[in-house]
Design a protein around this ligand. Sequence first.
Ligand code: ATP
Ligand code: MG
Length: 330
Amino acid sequence: KPVIFSGMQPSSDSLQLGNYIGALSQWTKMQEDYDAIFCVVNLHAITVPQDPKELVERTRRTAAQYIAAGIDPEQSTLFIQSHVPAHAELAWVLNTLTGFGEAGRMTQFKDKSQRHGADAASVGLFTYPILMAADILLYQAESVPVGEDQRQHVELTRDLANRFNSRFGDTFVLPEAQIPKTVAKIYDLQNPSAKMSKSAETEAGLIKVLDPANVTSKKIMRAVTDDDNEIRFDREAKPGVSNLLTIFSVLGDRSIESIEAEFQGLGYGHLKKAVAEVVEESLAPVRERTTELMADPAELDRLLARGAERANEIANKTLDLVYERVGLMR
Ligand code: ATP
Ligand code: MG
């Protein structure tokens, strides 16, 4: 079976709807047909400041949400990034192959360093994509299911793999991003030109998987729209309404056209109410299952330790080969 790798940062107390739609729900569909490897990337999370106690809690919670959404830890390899030292070790080697200008072109760094203030941004945030390249290349993944925002990082991964292979001999499989076409990006409800993010500075536009139904529906009812009161998909002219239509369409599993037709002539309030309902239907089971899993942290840790064992085995094979190729004595 072809290998896929993907991960999420434990950078918040809950995943957000974009993570669920753009990544997690895609992963669960792919488990059968792929040799799937899913990671909670806690080393990536510390590229911006984290509270240590919270980080531990969020790491478990992120893993619990993977399982709650349908990742089967028997079928797929599910683990915590810091349990596999090879990630940091390969990242170092790849750092030495990455151009400064090349890393400087990454738009996520530009966005995030702006948000945290250019001077507050760490070197770790700058080299984030290189650690991500290590994550992917260690498992010789052919395909990387991510949201649109990660496309550029997967391209860099490909470039680095290619560079390593031509300098040191064939070592890495060249990975490709696998980005769902229609649902590649969910936008912030208050600022529909920005992608929804776990670590957004304001939470008003953020749908959290683990929030209670009333909190989420309030946020949806207050979502930014426009003045012409016409329910029609138009990403440019009507970003807020289009975002709601996308969410409705993907979670309700129906076409945008059929939603437009059903709500023709009705106000935005009607649409928002219906969106809140489908969101709740999708997220309620994930929320409930996450609570159950979090009630038994020892069992969760046991599952993650097993995943780490499997991951270490694969990752160390690749790292040994890399060290040999580069001429690093073991
Ligand atoms: P952070 O703000 O800490 O960066 P995030 O919400 O961007 O958090 P990540 O952990 O960086 O989440 O990304 C996890 C996965 O979710 C990636 O595959 C990413 O492409 C996807 N993703 C993140 N935000 C969205 C979104 N708004 N729409 C679709 N996919 C998304
Ligand atoms: Mg992100």
